[in-house]
Design a protein around this ligand. Sequence first.
Ligand SMILES: Cc1cc2nc3c(=O)[nH]c(=O)nc-3n(C[C@H](O)[C@H](O)[C@H](O)COP(=O)(O)OP(=O)(O)OC[C@H]3O[C@@H](n4cnc5c(N)ncnc54)[C@H](O)[C@@H]3O)c2cc1C
Length: 503
Amino acid sequence: MPPLAVPYHRGMSAARPLPKSLPERWLLRELGQIVGAANVLWRPEDLLVYEYDATIDKGAPEAVVLPGSAEEVAAVVRLAAAAGIPVVPRGAGTGLSGGALAVAGGLVIGTSSMRRLLELDPANLVGVAEPGLVNADLSQAAAPYGLHYVPDPSSQKACTIGGNVAENSGGPHCLAYGVTTNYVLGLEVCLASGELVWLGGKTAGLPGYDLTGAFVGSEGTFGIATKVVLRLSRLPQAVRTILAAFPEMDQASRAVSDIIGAGMVPAALEMLDKLTIQAVEPAVHAGYPPDAGAVLLIEVEGLPEEEEELQAQAAQAICQRHGAQELRVASLEAERERLWAGRKGAIGALGRLAPNYYILDGVVPRTKLPEVLRRVGEIGAKHGFAIANVFHAGDGNLHPNVLFDERVPGATERVLQVGAEIMRLCVEAGGTLTGEHGIGVEKQEYMSWLFTEADLAAMGKLRRAFGAEQLFNPGKVFPNAKRCVEVGFRIPKVAGLGPEHFI
Ligand SMILES: Cc1cc2nc3c(=O)[nH]c(=O)nc-3n(C[C@H](O)[C@H](O)[C@H](O)COP(=O)(O)OP(=O)(O)OC[C@H]3O[C@@H](n4cnc5c(N)ncnc54)[C@H](O)[C@@H]3O)c2cc1C
């Protein structure tokens, strides 16, 4: 192969030898010609930051490409497909199931340079975004028009629209309004062939199969979203945010069940347990009572003034009946923001309690919350770990955070065992494996707890209908055929695994 004509990365040492194995020199050169040499990363120190997402798994790619347009994505995909190299799409890397990790090696296509809001159409309540646009930036751009983008993951200041689409992300305010899939009207997608195609469009309810719906939540296994048409909503006129603190988590859980049971669907109904409150308060000063056993944040909005007031009162009455020790309605916007800063900063604040935490994501029927949360604590105690809970209580979407120190020999393995047992608990309670973080590499082995082989084969067929085969995100979502599916944990770091191992 001819030598490199251009340096591939700013600051690359001329003395440093180019890699001999993958990525081959020719591949780097070709990639550089498509996206510009500075946008191809291959040096180990550059790849380090791409071997992580927000899980405890790791998987380093062989190279990272940062395209600036859909056409560049398409050209890179064509090249990768021709060379038989797996492609891993990546947004901000905040994912919590290992979806953006290159567990099968290959090429990461990062969307961080594709972060423009291409169109904002307030009259039609539509925005068109590049996939790397940060979630919160969309709402910020829409705010002057009295609009916002509803799905609000707690990671919204960092995570991207492309990642949200792939994971069908939710957020505290998705209880009443629905998750990402309810807000994606259309997508431009790069298929494995390198073709750019449109699914859906700017109008809701287009005839034909709902391929947009199929793509949302496909965890980067169908293709790469290169443009996203999003539905915007009017900002609510008035919002009532209630803090309800309880001595015990059981009481808070029962209040949640009764609020929904009474026919109310608040915009948000979030819970933080004692351990989380102890981490959050010193970090964020959110105003949560430090001695509370649990805090509920209840938000009522979008109703006529009188009805909103009645709902807020009814929710408070239910909390009181269940023994709330404090009830407070945020009277100023600054107070409301502080209450939410506590919730949205909770995961980060857990770093005060332990060097590492493993965030789980499972769903249970709301009525089972008291029993399941008790069992979660017991599982943690059995294995010697404290567990902090902060979660979307209104839709039964649990996030137990197992606190640990990965430097302790064997701790990570035991934490994974805790995770498996909690996931099993959720499924046995009539729930499911994920509410919003996806399956990725974290929970692929548990899929057979929910789905038969025929179910999984049907999903594989859908993937093939998109022409994706194993090009995009191989080794994810589906159980690894070669591994025991009882309480398996994750695929080995891929050495020795070929495409035949992946659906
Ligand atoms: C502190 C914290 C709080 C969180 N809170 C929430 C929450 O409230 N709700 C929630 O749902 N999630 C939450 N998450 C998880 C995470 O932020 C979401 O899953 C988010 O959507 C991931 O976006 P990302 O840009 O970081 O994607 P990444 O992590 O980079 O990728 C996630 C998946 O998307 C795929 N992907 C990325 N871009 C594309 C694209 N353009 N086309 C196709 N596939 C693509 C990747 O291959 C991968 O499979 C939280 C995470 C953290 C760290």
